[in-house]
Design a binder for this molecule. Sequence first.
Ligand code: SAH
Length: 245
Amino acid sequence: MSLLGQIRIILVNTSHPGNIGSVARAMKTMGLEKLYLVSPQQFPHAKAVEMASGAVDILENARVTESLAEAIADCVLVVGTSTRSRTLPWPLCMPRELAQRVEQAPQRNPVAIVFGREQTGLTNAELQQCQLCVQIPANPDYSSLNIAAAVQVIAYELHIASLGGNVPKEREHQPVSSEDMERFFVHLQEVLVETDFLRLRAPRKLMARLRRLFFRACPDAIEMNILRGILTSVQERIKNAKLPS
Ligand code: SAH
């Protein structure tokens, strides 16, 4: 199972159904699918569907359980999330380190990430069912994120880790060969002479400056075709203008 396929997001006793929908959306954007709801206060609900937008499939496949114990029964790693550091020192980790911890867990086995109630978070008894606690570093004076925002941050970090350094880059830029550049400069000079912009007897270093300009632009094949097309269109205009009407 892939790193993302292993992850199970568990929401405990969520009160606002809109938040459940927003969580589904946050999950789907990052490639997470498995949602468990431990005694949600209102579910299913139209507000959840509304906030899920294109992620209703996650809601439809969500599993509802009565207790947290039931939702985590088959998990090999259970991770709690909390805004506050409790009086009990709990093994704490940052969202970025979490991916490494998940990678160490036996593959093919589910890993639970548990989110608490909007008002009161997870109880100490619930946190004690977790081996590890993740805290999203935030403003110390206001560190409580909306639950869907918290899911988004953690899911994003897991998604980035799952790419394993293969973050998709912009299409590689392939500049044309120097031979193509030289053909272009010959064509450009031809046109500039035809339009009288360039007088070969007093060239004012024009071609050298234009060469520097186009070298800096480093055109690719498509851009070069456009430039050559423009030059040809100017030449055709000149030719037509010279024809007797
Ligand atoms: N007053 C509650 C806030 C709960 S916010 C409390 O202090 O716990 C609802 C849930 O969102 C939390 O239970 C937790 O799962 C998640 N969450 C919000 N902010 C977070 C943060 N900074 N780090 C980790 N989880 C967070």
